[in-house]
Design a protein around this ligand. Structure first.
Ligand SMILES: Cc1ncc(C[n+]2csc(CCOP(=O)(O)OP(=O)(O)O)c2C)c(N)n1
Length: 676
């Protein structure tokens, strides 16, 4: 075992390194063969990484990982994240061999085919045992930090007799090159997430060739600098792998184990080369690999003795789980019920009543506040009613109003709080939020400025894709933020976020809508929600004492015309009050306008056509939103007009910017008149 950092080595054709344990070697060869065969059959895929990491994965899964294929959702299982998602056949092979019932040999034969569980990259929900969707490099590592945080938070809340597991990650050079790996590892080191163990496939090869073409970092020094334990080992030496994992388990820090491996280990001419990264090896190379590995079986055939070893590895966890079950049963009934409620993703009773009371309070106080401020007040209440909420912000807590009054910070060594100081790490935050929420038992929300949603977007996309119910609190949602200027003023962000399938984008118009949108975001446990909130104060528009959550239909008629409408004014967020003022101007001219508030397009789209038609009306429409028009066409109809932004903003007080960019009641009224 070497504890010094490796510089990425020259890649020379390796002689087969010593693999010490014959039983483990055979088990690892089963993984190699399945990867070669499935990629060959699919005529596409990545055989190199699974073949290189087969020894490491075998030791981890057969000797350390705590799991039970008969109860894949066992809450206290170890989490295994394949961050290098291109090596998906490694995970599928493991799931199959250890006996997950929904990963059959036929599923492996159908690798990468339409409708199969075995997608090109692992997709959560396709098969049990896939903890998160990976493929975009670095995301899995980011998720794993969230999972490790969730484990500590739940252990602090429910006790280590119920929550005490580890998070293991298999990561590649690409994972470590991606910027998000810095944010994720830095946060993990800061919080000393000692139960996070990363097995890094240090094979010195990526797609372009040897990593030294682009990468001369010393990952061990780098991770030590973050406060991790880090060591390098021979990733084909089973004992070295086991010893290193054993040390990592004892460490008081997160651990990086750099496993020096040979990509496509066993392949006669392609091992150690980029040619083995992402293409079938070909019949001759596979035949040569079978010979070198001593694997003399036809494609997809696993000999009984090897299968029996793997099945035995898969059965190791069952007694541990049964003992865990008994410990859960021994908990006081209310604690057990609370634990299970959270595991089942059920919200507590009392949420609706709490939101209704908040709306009443806002109405009674005629709350003229920024929607970010309303959101802060909502959180003061909701965090009491929904204890699974875990908040945070990427260093904008006082601006995002994300910290509720009685929330305590999460700190290294003290995980009893529920508020995370994510630091200036939007991408790491969003990826960790996915991990926290995927873990089960907690719901993550996190804040930044709307314009920096771009910095978090790859993780937002995966939340949408997987259907993770995280909640983004994105404030400073338009030129209305003012003096910070055009770098901070979102322009195209609403359009870009609305373009993302599966993401619910909310832009509430006042304090009441803010409470309603928060309730909707919380209720949606199978998709992410994003709240776009203002920096500037807004008048209260919703004086109706409706018990109904009017935002739930996505858009609704806030004020109807006094008689048949001649024009319909559509708006979201801060511009709804502009539309209201325009309506009054038009009324003075004897023109009848209705105002429609559209806090959530995605919900509106899902309404029956009759409702949508009734809301939008048949009169000409004018839309107003302090952002680009992109996307509004669909609501405007053939004769509509749009008042908004056509370029970037400017640095000035917000009140000056709306008239400067022509986003005023006068302009809206003028546009309406021009249509009549
Ligand atoms: C964010 C992102 N960028 C690019 C890719 C495309 N890609 C897949 S694997 C890979 C790098 C391969 O190198 P490495 O991570 O070392 O994997 P190995 O070759 O060892 O399997 C790249 C660039 C990706 N999957 N995700």
């Amino acid at each position: 075992m070497s504890t010094t950092a490796h510089a990425p080595a020259d890649v020379t054709l390796p002689s087969l390194p010593q693999t010490r344990d014959p039983k483990l070697r055979h088990m690892a060869n089963a993984l190699r063969a399945l990867a070669m065969d499935a990629v060959e059959q699919a005529k596409s895929g990545h055989p190199g990484m699974p073949m290189g990491m087969a020894d490491v994965a075998t030791v981890l899964v057969a000797q350390f990982l705590r799991f039970d294929p008969t109860a894949p959702d066992w809450p206290d299982r170890d989490r295994l994240v394949l961050s290098a998602g291109h090596g998906s056949m490694l995970l599928y092979g493991l799931l199959h061999l250890t006996g997950y019932p929904d990963m059959t040999i036929d599923d492996l034969r159908r690798f990468r085919q339409l409708g199969s569980r075995t997608a090109g990259h692992p997709e959560r929900g396709h098969a049990s045992g896939i903890e998160t969707t990976t493929g975009p490099l670095g995301q899995g590592l980011g998720n794993s930090v969230g999972m490790a945080i969730a484990e500590r938070l739940l252990a602090a809340e429910f006790g280590e007799s119920v929550v005490d597991h580890r998070t293991y990650v298999i990561a590649s050079d690409g994972d470590l090159m991606e910027g998000i790996s810095h944010e994720a590892a830095s946060l993990a080191g800061h919080l000393r997430l000692s139960k996070l163990i990363v097995l890094y496939d240090d094979n010195a090869i990526s797609i372009d060739g040897p990593t030294k073409l682009a990468f001369s970092d010393d990952p061990l020094s780098r991770f030590r600098g973050y406060g991790w334990a880090a060591e390098g080992i021979d990733g084909h030496d089973h004992q070295a792998v086991a010893d290193a994992i054993g040390r990592a388990q004892q460490s008081d820090r997160p651990s990086l184990i750099a496993c020096r491996t040979t990509i496509a280990f066993g392949a006669p001419t392609k091992a150690g080369t980029a040619a083995a990264h992402g293409a079938p090896l070909g019949a001759a190379e596979i035949a040569g690999a079978r010979e070198r590995l001593g694997w003399n079986y036809p494609p997809f055939l696993i000999p009984e003795d090897v299968r029996a070893e793997w099945r035995a590895a898969g059965r190791r966890g069952a007694p541990v789980r049964v003992a865990w079950d008994a410990r859960l049963q021994a908990q006081p009934p209310d604690r057990r019920a609370e634990f299970l409620r959270r595991q089942h993703n059920e919200l507590p009773h009392g949420l609706d009543a709490a939101v209704a009371k908040l709306c009443d309070d806002f109405r009674q106080g005629n709350a003229k506040i920024a929607t970010r401020q309303a959101s802060g007040a909502v959180l003061d209440t909701l965090t009491k009613v929904v204890p699974e909420l875990v908040g945070g912000s990427a260093d904008l807590t006082p601006s995002n109003n994300t910290k509720a009054k009685d929330q305590k910070d999460v700190r290294r060594g003290d995980f009893s709080g529920h508020y995370l100081r994510y630091g200036v790490r939007e991408h790491g935050m969003a990826a960790a939020m996915n991990g926290i929420t995927l873990h089960r038992g907690l719901i993550a929300y996190g804040g930044t400025f709307l314009t920096f949603s771009d910095y978090a977007r790859p993780a937002i996309r995966l939340a949408a894709f997987m259907g993770v119910g995280v909640i983004y609190v994105m404030t400073h949602d338009s030129i209305g933020l003012g003096e910070d200027g055009p770098t901070h003023q979102p322009i195209e962000h609403l359009a870009a976020l609305r373009a993302m399938p599966g993401l619910y984008v909310y832009r509430p118009a006042d304090a009441v809508e803010t409470a309603e949108c928060w309730a909707l975001a919380l209720q949606r446990r199978d998709a992410p929600s994003l709240l776009a909130l203002t920096r500037q104060a807004l008048p209260l528009l919703r004086h109706d004492a409706a018990s109904e959550n009017r935002s739930a239909r996505g858009a609704y008629v806030l004020v109807e015309g006094s008689h048949a409408r001649e024009v319909t004014l559509l708006a979201t967020g801060s511009e709804v009050s502009i539309a209201m003022a325009a309506r009054e101007m038009l009324a003075r001219d004897g023109l009848v306008a209705a105002v429609v508030s559209m806090p959530c397009w995605e919900l509106f789209e899902a309404q029956p056509e009759a409702y949508r038609t009734a809301v939008l009306g048949s009169a000409p429409r004018v839309a107003v939103e302090a952002a680009v028009q992109f996307g509004w066409e669909r609501w405007l109809g053939p004769r509509g007009a749009f008042i908004g932004m056509t370029g970037f903003g400017a640095s000035a007080p917000g009140e000056a910017l709306f008239p400067y960019f022509g986003i005023t009641p006068e302009k809206v009224a003028e546009a309406a008149r021009s249509l009549l």
